[in-house]
Design a protein around this ligand. Structure first.
Ligand SMILES: Cc1cc(Nc2nc(/C=C/c3ccccc3)nc3cc(N4CCN(C)CC4)ccc23)n[nH]1
Length: 275
């Protein structure tokens, strides 16, 4: 349970799994229960240096409050004089990114299953007023059954909609505020379009030699579909209805779940059946 007080002596530290910007992640085992976890270790001086206290606190509050089969669990945390330790769910399958590199691109069934999992997870996050804002293959892990897990809520935000509902009415909000609020949520929908394209073609749609070229292609929504690999019309239709500049015109998460390509290709096993 995440209520009890943990400390380093409760864990045996195993191999390093990876090194993020602010901390390293290790395989670890809780001594008494032999429960396997991933331990994310962040040095407090890094927090000072990069001024990311609030971001880490937000990540911890958000991830502790989320309970969804496609969202990596934060079981608890503790700290000592110089480090903060996050006790995270261990995803046995590793990084989805490596799977994508290994296979080049995914089958339509596999891609649709991952997109459906991501969509249900994001729908859950959005109803909890959480916008991830940084969904990319590097932040996606796989469990022992190949089920997708969204990790790393470091960049997510508690959306302002809570404040709107607290003040009760949008009547007094200027259009840009209301539009902006809508816009916040829709960033994740755009990213689903990017990921769907990358899962099917092996590279993101606006990839370019330079950052400025990529920026130009994004702003123009300069989307084109290569002739190989051969991708179904339905998949291209879904991608085209997500990669829309006007955020209010992007397909909603609900509509993604009802899209013919998802209904036809997503494997229900990979998608948590809603109770
Ligand atoms: C938080 C967490 C990680 C995690 N599991 C794993 N993380 C990372 C790489 C992690 C990482 C962390 C920080 C920065 C970069 C990478 N690599 C992993 C590699 C794994 N394997 C076992 C499966 N093999 C096919 C590939 C290598 C298994 C789990 C992994 N569960 N929970």
């Amino acid at each position: 349970n995440s209520e009890r007080k943990w400390s380093l002596k409760d864990f045996e530290i195993g191999k390093p799994l990876g090194k993020g910007k602010f901390g390293r992640v290790y395989l670890a085992r809780e001594v008494k229960s032999k429960f396997i976890v991933a331990l994310k270790i962040i040095f407090k001086e890094q927090l000072e240096k990069y001024k990311i206290h609030h971001q880490l606190r937000r990540e911890m509050e958000i991830q502790t409050s989320l309970r969804h089969p496609n969202v990596l669990r934060l079981h608890g945390w503790f700290h000592d004089s110089e480090r903060i330790f996050l006790i995270l769910e261990y995803a046995y399958g590793g990084e989805l990114y490596n799977e994508l590199r290994k296979h080049g691109h995914f089958s339509e069934e596999q891609a649709a299953t991952y997109i459906a999992s991501l969509t249900t997870a994001l729908a859950y996050c959005h109803e909890k007023h959480v916008i991830h804002r940084d969904i990319k293959p590097e932040n996606l892990l796989l469990d022992h059954e190949g089920r997708l897990k969204i990790a790393d809520f470091g960049w997510s935000v508690q959306s302002r909609s809570k404040r709107h509902t607290m003040c009760g009415t949008l009547d007094y909000l200027a259009p840009e505020m209301v539009e902006n609020q809508a816009h916040d949520y829709a960033v994740d929908n755009w990213t689903l379009g990017i990921l769907c394209y990358e899962f099917l073609y092996g590279a993101p749609p606006f990839e370019s030699e330079s950052q400025s070229d990529t920026f130009k292609r994004i702003m123009k929504v300069d989307l084109s579909f290569p002739s190989t690999p051969n991708v179904s019309m339905e998949a291209k239709n879904l991608i085209s209805r997500l990669l829309v500049k006007d955020s209010s015109k992007r397909l909603s998460l609900q509509k993604i779940m009802e899209h013919p390509w998802i209904l036809k290709n997503a494997n229900p096993k990979g998608v948590e059946v809603q109770p």
